[in-house]
Ligand binder design. Structure first.
Ligand SMILES: O=C(O)CCC(=O)C(=O)O
Ligand SMILES: [Fe+2]
Length: 395
């Protein structure tokens, strides 16, 4: 049932700007946007059963975001989170402020974006520029291996949801999508950015300033649907659905869902599965954070492969928030960090040649899955050059 859900974590934006260190207790609760959805309710997303296979799961830290409300809580969490970022690159965040019901609502809307919109309408709302993910990305845009192309649909919505019109089926849910974008931005991203800054002994709002809600940029909600593939496609790609990569932006928030497939490359060179955790988000660092933090938080190498046999024929719906610093942010390290000064800065390029976020996201989007990759020095790792920087693709 879709209801008007009271969201204690949703609050007017202006409050954030006036009081950046405000605690959650201090926030003025407002009802989340939406109201009664009545007739417009989308078919409910029914979470598939988790796999019974005994998979080699990555052992990831669990960060309790409700502790981030106080300076003492943040100091404690910063140690845990920095360790998780440096050793595993992924962590779970719990107590992020959305109920299971709110999360399910968003998965229902993700499902609707693919199953409730006709192919003709999808074409109308397809992205128009090769340098930006906005609107639908149809299947078969990217080359995976041996002539096989992807079976992944995306629907991308800039965080300023009202920027562009939405397909008819999604229009009643624009207020919920807006509330979702703000929730990810202010209640999940911001605390995480504070903790990462604390880890570098920088003022807590250092990275938040690079991520201004009102600034230009492409922090984006993404709905995703992976379609099961043919045996021939599985064989030719060795079951890889989405090649090993790092994300372009600073932080990615993946809303955990039960169909296995996501794997991370562990420091011992093994791919390990990410286990589903009910109503948790899985967070990882991307390229832009590596640039900004001088390599202190390396971007996580991850991929998606065919789900285990008891889930192999289920469509895999996804719900994501891809975060990028604002377009005008020059991707150079915060060298003022005492931690970086002590341990040295890893620079991806000469600061005078460093791309701005806008250049990086456009170049990465334009070439991803489209340019021919060259075999690099590391075994099984292919490479391309983007804005003068080596970008690796892992298999
Ligand atoms: O589908 C997933 O679990 C991960 C997707 C992903 O890594 C991406 O879209 O960048
Ligand atoms: Fe990714």
């Amino acid at each position: 049932m879709f209801k008007c859900i009271y969201n204690p974590f949703s609050y007017p934006l202006s409050l954030h700007f006036k009081a950046p260190l405000m605690t959650i207790e201090a926030l003025r609760p407002v009802a989340s946007a939406g109201g009664s959805l009545g007739e417009s309710e989308p078919p409910a997303y029914v979470a598939p059963a988790m796999t019974k296979e005994n998979l080699d799961y990555a052992d990831l830290a669990i960060i309790d975001l409700s502790k981030a409300n106080t300076p003492a809580g943040r100091a404690e969490l910063a140690v845990e989170l920095c360790d998780a970022m440096k050793t595993k690159g992924f962590f779970y965040a719990i107590n992020h402020g959305y109920t299971q019901e709110q999360t399910n609502q968003m998965f229902s809307i993700s499902q609707l974006a693919f199953d409730g919109v006709s192919d003709e309408e999808k074409v109308q709302y397809e992205g128009t520029s090769p340098t930006v993910y906005e609107g639908y990305k149809p299947k078969q845009t990217w080359h995976i291996d041996h002539g096989v192309r992807d079976q992944i649909e995306h629907y991308n919505i800039n965080r300023h949801v009202e920027r562009v019109p939405q397909p008819q089926a999604l229009r009643p849910f624009v207020p919920l999508m807006e509330a979702f974008a703000k929730h990810n931005f202010f209640n999940i991203l911001h605390p995480v950015l504070r903790l990462l800054a604390i880890g570098l002994e920088l003022p807590e709002d250092t990275l938040i300033k690079d991520h201004d809600w009102d600034g230009e940029g492409f922090t984006t909600i993404r709905f995703m649907k992976y379609h099961p593939r043919s045996t021939d496609e599985e064989e030719k790609t060795k079951n890889v659905w989405l090649k090993g990569h790092t994300d372009f932006g600073s932080i990615t928030i993946l809303w955990s869902q039960p169909v296995a497939g996501l794997q991370i490359l562990s420091p011992d060179g093994k791919w390990r599965w990410v286990r589903h955790m009910e109503n948790a988000v899985v967070i990882n660092a991307g390229d832009a954070l590596e640039f900004l933090c001088g390599g202190y938080y390396p971007p996580t190498r991850h991929r998606v492969i065919q789900p285990p046999s008891d889930q192999a024929n289920i469509p895999r719906y996804g719900l994501f928030f891809f975060v990028m610093p604002n377009d005008n942010v020059k991707l150079i390290p915060h060298e003022e960090s005492p931690v970086l000064q002590k341990q040295g800065v890893h620079r991806l390029c000469d600061p005078k040649d460093a791309p701005r976020m806008e250049d990086w996201r456009k170049e990465r989007t334009k070439s991803y899955g489209k340019v021919e990759l060259k075999m690099g020095k590391e075994k099984g790792v292919e490479e391309e050059i983007v804005s003068g920087v080596i970008v690796k693709h892992y298999n």
